[in-house]
Design a protein around this ligand. Sequence first.
Ligand code: BG6
Length: 477
Amino acid sequence: MSLPQEFFWGGSIAAHQCEGAWQEGGKGPAIMDFVTKGSKDVPRAITATIEAGLDYPSHQGIDFYHRYKEDIALFKEMGFTALRLSIDWSRIFPNGDDAEPNQAGLDFYGSVIDTLLEAGIEPIVTLYHFELPIHLVQQYGSWKSRKVIDFYLTFCETVMRAYDGRVKYWVTFNEMNHIDPQSEHSDIFTYLVAGLKYSELQNKAQELATIGYNMTLAGVKAVRLAHEINKENIVGCVFGLNPIYSYNCDPENVLKGFLENDRDYYQIDAMCNGKFPRYKLKEYQAAGLTVTITEEDQEDFAKGTLDFIGLNYYFSSVAEPKEEIGGEASLFGGVQNPYLKQSKWGWAIDATGIRYVMNYLYRRYELPIIITENGLGAQDVVEADGQIHDDYRIEYLTEHVEQIRKAVEEDYVECLGYLVWGPIDLVSATTGEMSKRYGFIHVDLDDKGQGSLKRSKKDSFHWFKKVIENNSEEGVE
Ligand code: BG6
């Protein structure tokens, strides 16, 4: 056995991290347009207005808006068979609640999609990748309001009809699982998902429970809608899952590991099992939190189940053990794993973890999986002759593809494709830096927003081309 011949090989990008042109083509302001550049140690600032003198990386992105033809030609040269891209809601409905869509926005994505199809690249379209018109936050309080569900569905219907027959693979949301009412959060994660700062929520747990519920409901409604519009549509939702291991085999720590890990799954349960999970409702009840489930909602959960699960995988972490160990903190809580090395940004490198999550997901839901993001954020060095020898990236990706192959060949997981995050360097979501690079294609742009924006091929570009040709990381020298 090996990876299926029709396996999708390609990459994933998000509008706000690459397009730039934030005030062109009738685009309205969206949440990420108000987030400044930070770094590993300095959190990105979230400002109420655009402040002069501050640096907002989404405004320029990597100028994909004007250069997508050149970029797609490079993806084609590598042999991509799929590209996951997001449609920025604020390009289609600048305020989110407008009566009519913005034709220039529809034309832009229509042209991107046509360029992909001409290049033989399947577009996999994300409908919400941290791109929410700011007006919906200011006017309605973001996803706390059910009205936002209706606006989202109008947006979904508009683009699903506009690109019907040209786009078959849809993703309802990217990584809504970072909203969990029972955990502490940093501002940036609740902001990415919902445009709200955690520290400013009045009634944190209740608001997050409502947001989590409303987004989950919006997700299943969007699946139903896509199937009604065209029964050939294949619809998934993408989750960012970092397995949380237990610190040791002390049964109490094992249970802690399980429970911490499980917090990421209630929305997937709701989207795959045809109902909002009872265990979560009971947890809410015990904590004095309420979510209101109508009969219509129940029908949506029953009829809007997913066709595939998108898995974004970067690293794993370890649940805080019961004993004081003074371990180093991991990004989403818990501690770092002493068995693993970390990237420069503190993300533990764990190729086995991807096989572990793929198995976990497949056995729990028996749905096909697409690896919708994976990659290594690293600082690259451009040599005097212009070359970039990113062997560390090749090593990271080789190990991960090997584990994916094993999950398919040895564990019988159904996996439809492997999409590398940021196949072209783009703005980091958590830090806003350009210097945290994932790409096979280098973009000449630094953290100060300076550079020619010229694209050039790294060593990994040639490596990935061979991987695609061979349909395996094996046999690639
Ligand atoms: C994923 C997001 O969680 O991680 C992407 O879907 C993001 O938008 C990616 O870019 C990598 O994170 P970062 O912070 O390194 O860009």
